[in-house]
Write a protein that binds this ligand. Structure first.
Ligand SMILES: [Cu+2]
Length: 138
């Protein structure tokens, strides 16, 4: 597998996912993050055909990022950053959820994952930057 050019850093907390895109070869303009309104489902963008490294951690209790369509699940553990790499293949929208019972809001820990073309992905990162969503999500 080629070296990862894209990194997405996902942080679980009671009861939402924060989505960050750190600076790197696939994101030379600097770190940006998604901002979902309270109660809204956050969206995570991925570029089709490029290696992506997920970095998953938790800000409080155990969570688990689970994407049924990918047949994949990665625990989010406080104090530990778990990593996995893959190449998104098929453009489309996929549902993510939490697969670790983490409290009363557990069922609300959903996420939409959008695999888009690399051009759309870069445009999206530029848009986040233009909107002032720079740095890691507070
Ligand atoms: Cu949960």
């Amino acid at each position: 597998m080629p070296a990862p050019v894209n990194v997405v850093a996902v942080v679980g907390s009671q009861w939402q996912w924060a989505v960050n895109y750190p600076e790197g070869p696939g994101n030379p303009e600097g770190a940006v993050h998604e901002a979902a309104a309270d109660g809204a489902v956050p969206v995570l963008y991925l570029p089709q055909g490029e290696t992506v490294r997920f970095e998953v951690r938790s800000a409080d209790v155990l969570h688990s990022l689970y994407v049924p369509s990918f047949l994949y699940k990665m625990d989010a553990v406080p104090g530990v950053t778990k990593k996995f790499e893959f190449v998104p293949q098929v453009v489309g929208e996929y549902e993510g959820r939490c697969a670790e019972l983490c409290g009363t809001g557990h069922s609300e820990m959903r996420m939409v994952i959008k695999i888009v073309t690399p051009e759309e992905y870069r445009r999206h990162l530029a848009q986040l930057k233009a909107q002032g969503q720079t740095g890691a999500k507070p």
